[in-house]
Design a protein around this ligand. Structure first.
Ligand SMILES: [Zn+2]
Ligand SMILES: [Zn+2]
Length: 303
C-alpha cells in the first residue's frame, strides 16, 4: 500500500507540476502544490484538517480548547513529527491535547515524540498498545490510554469525536474515528479509496473485514478521510467506495476459493489468479500479488 500510494502521489505531483488540469472532482483533500506535504481544511468544515506527508494522511481537529491530532505519519522521516506539529501551528496556537492512533502500523504512527514532549495524551485501541509494548519500536510513542472494544468518546472544545472498534479488519487494532456533527469518518488502510489494496494485505483478516465494512456502511457519515490520498485527485471517500471495496474483496475471495480448494496454493494459484473486472483500477498490476497471497493463505491453508 505504501509503495503504491507513494507512486500515485508521485504521479499526482508530476501531473500537477506539469500544469495539467485534473479532470476529477475535488473534495478538498487535493494538495494545492506539488510539495511533498500539504495541510488542507476539509471543505464545508470550520476546523477539520488533513495533513498529508508524501502519501500518508492524518486528520486533525482544531477546537477552542485544544487540538485533537491523529497519526504522526513519520515512519522513516526523522523530522516528520515536527513537520506535522509545525503545520498545526500555522493554523492554531492551541496545544495538541490528544494524539489518536488509527491502528498499530508504524508507517502511520511513528514519529510522535514531539507531541509527547508538548504534553499530548496518546490514545489507541487496547490491542495496539499490547502490540507496541511487545515490539518497542524506538520511533513510536506508546499509548497513554487505551480504547476498549466498546469504544470511547473524546469531547473537546465543543467537538465530539467517537472512537469505535468493529473487530478484525486490515489490522486487529483499527479504530473508526467519527465526527458526528461533520458526518466525517477517518479510517486508515482498511478502505483504500479508488485503488486495490496492496501490501496492507499482509496481516489482513479477509472474512472479518467484510463484516467490518458492512458495519462502517451502516454508520451515519457522508465523507471518509483515508490514510492515503484517494484516487483520483486526492479525493475523499464515500459509502460507494466502501461498497466497492466490499465487492472487490468478495470477488477476490471467490476467485481464490476455487483455486485454493483445487489444491493450487501457493505457486500455481498465485500465477493463475486474476480479477478481470478490476484490471483498469489503479494499483492492479502491482497489488494483485498481495491480494492473491493473502487469499491463498485463507483458502489454501485456512489462515
Ligand atoms: Zn496499516
Ligand atoms: Zn497505510
Amino acid at each position: 500500500m505504501k509503495r503504491i500510494a507513494f507512486l500515485l502521489a508521485l504521479a499526482l505531483a508530476t501531473s500537477l507540476s506539469q500544469g495539467q488540469q485534473s479532470t476529477t472532482p475535488q473534495h478538498g483533500a487535493l494538495p494545492s502544490s506539488s510539495s511533498t506535504y500539504a495541510t488542507t481544511r476539509v471543505e464545508g468544515t470550520d476546523n477539520v484538517y488533513i495533513f498529508r506527508n508524501v502519501a500518508h494522511q492524518a486528520m486533525f481537529v482544531v477546537t477552542p480548547e485544544g487540538v485533537i491530532a491523529t497519526d504522526p505519519v513519520a515512519y522513516g522521516r526523522p523530522n516528520g513529527g515536527q513537520l506535522f506539529l509545525d503545520e498545526i501551528r500555522k493554523v492554531t496556537n492551541q496545544p495538541v491535547k490528544y494524539v489518536i492512533y488509527s491502528h498499530h502500523h508504524f508507517d502511520h504512527i511513528a514519529g510522535g515524540q514531539v507531541f509527547k514532549d508538548a504534553g499530548a495524551i496518546f490514545v489507541a485501541h487496547r490491542r495496539a498498545k499490547e502490540r507496541l509494548e511487545l515490539i518497542k519500536d524506538p520511533h513510536t510513542v506508546l499509548p497513554d490510554e487505551v480504547v476498549p472494544d466498546t469504544g470511547r468518546v473524546i469531547t473537546l472544545g465543543g467537538t465530539r469525536l467517537e472512537l469505535t472498534y468493529h473487530g478484525l479488519n486490515h489490522s486487529d487494532s483499527t479504530l473508526v474515528m467519527r465526527l458526528p456533527k461533520e458526518r466525517i469518518i477517518f479510517v486508515v488502510d482498511t478502505i483504500p479509496v479508488g485503488t486495490l489494496p496492496g501490501r496492507g494485505m499482509i496481516d489482513f483478516y479477509p472474512l472479518e473485514t467484510e463484516d467490518f465494512l458492512r458495519q462502517v456502511l451502516s454508520m451515519e457519515w457522508d465523507r471518509l478521510i483515508p490514510g492515503h490520498p484517494g484516487v483520483p485527485g486526492g479525493r475523499l471517500g464515500t459509502k460507494k467506495d466502501v461498497q466497492d471495496q466490499l465487492e472487490l474483496l468478495q470477488a477476490a475471495s471467490a476467485e481464490m476459493k476455487k483455486l485454493g480448494q483445487e489444491g493450487k496454493c501457493w505457486d500455481q494459484a498465485e500465477k493463475e489468479f486474476r480479477m478481470p473486472g478490476y484490471a483498469n483500477w489503479p494499483g492492479y498490476p502491482n497489488n494483485l500479488q498481495f491480494i492473491a497471497r493473502r487469499f491463498c493463505g485463507l483458502w489454501g491453508r485456512g489462515t
